[in-house]
Design a protein around this ligand. Structure first.
Ligand SMILES: C[S@@+](CC[C@H](N)C(=O)[O-])C[C@H]1O[C@@H](n2cnc3c(N)ncnc32)[C@H](O)[C@@H]1O
Length: 276
């Protein structure tokens, strides 16, 4: 299924590639940098325990309201206007940390996501946005999230908390040198030191789980994870930001994992070949 909202850096176009590289046999799935949850919503719900996490408090509040109070949220969104004046006013209110109910804050934040240019939360998109068309998506997400845990933690606290031999972490951090996109309302920012802090946690000798990271294919990131037992696989996807000017322009992504991520089909063929 689809997410109920777009998000900067969302993995809509890469989600199938990510899911195909999941390791078998894990009992707990933790999405550390949840954002729009495109991989979480796409994966088979299966029987594993699922954890969605993000450090953006307004985003996490929205997810909790979708899970706990979808009807109230939809009601609050029914009379929203797609107007620049409202967008600017609500952005100012949210930026000031308003004293409002959780549902009201969630509705305001959802409006800003849906009506901002590229879901970047900063400028009014000025294009048609049918809020009512989103309501079925909110209801689907409500059902999908019912069994899951929603966390609001920095990755440095979350990962040790859930780390076990049967935990699988999917991590989609802000990309190197695009961290500025995540210094917006509700967000704390991300720095080079955070990329290093993440690497130190995932490559620590006492790390027990399995992890799959998606990053931009970048020399600094390759250098961080150049270590024994770590698999890297470059992949490309359509660069949707540039399609208007450069049709078919590709974006270079990098998968990094602490288990063999060559796709299953390839591995099955190798096994078959060795038998015949
Ligand atoms: C690239 S986006 C994730 C996109 C997501 N995979 C999707 O498909 O929509 C990165 C996310 O990391 C979150 N984030 C930034 N710093 C964080 C931190 N220290 N701990 C946890 N999450 C953080 C941001 O709020 C943002 O939503």
């Amino acid at each position: 299924m689809n997410s109920f909202h777009s998000w900067v850096g969302g993995k809509k176009l890469l989600r199938e590639e990510v899911v195909r590289r999941f390791p078998p046999g894990c009992r707990r799935y933790v999405e550390v940098f949840g954002g729009g949850g495109w991989v979480l919503f796409h994966k088979n719900p299966g029987g594993d325990e699922e954890v969605y996490n993000d450090f953006n408090g307004l985003l996490v509040n929205l997810y909790r309201c979708v899970r706990e109070k979808p009807d109230l949220l939809i009601r609050a969104l029914e009379f929203v206007l797609n107007a620049r004046e409202d967008f600017d006013r609500i952005r100012r209110i949210l930026g000031a940390g308003p004293r409002a109910t959780a549902v009201q804050r969630a509705a305001w934040f959802y409006q800003i996501i849906c009506q901002s240019y590229g879901s970047g939360l900063t400028s009014f998109a000025g294009r048609p946005a049918d809020m009512w068309a989103k309501f079925p998506l909110i209801r689907q997400a409500h059902h999908r999230l019912r069994r899951g845990v929603i966390e609001h933690q920095d990755f440095g606290r979350l990962i040790p908390h859930y780390d076990r031999p049967d935990t699988f972490f999917y991590l989609d951090p802000p990309y190197h040198e695009t961290e500025g996109y995540y210094q917006n309302i509700g967000e704390a920012g991300f720095t080079e030191a955070d990329h290093i802090r993440l690497r130190d946690l995932l490559l620590a000798p006492d790390f027990q789980g399995k992890f799959l990271l998606s990053y931009n294919d970048d020399g600094f990131i390759r250098g961080l994870y150049d270590a024994p037992g770590i698999w890297m696989e470059p992949v490309t996807r359509l660069n949707n930001m540039r399609q208007r000017y450069e049709p078919n322009c590709q974006f270079a992504e990098l998968f990094i994992a602490n288990y063999d991520i060559r796709n299953r089909l390839e591995r099955q063929c190798t096994l078959f070949d060795s038998i015949s």
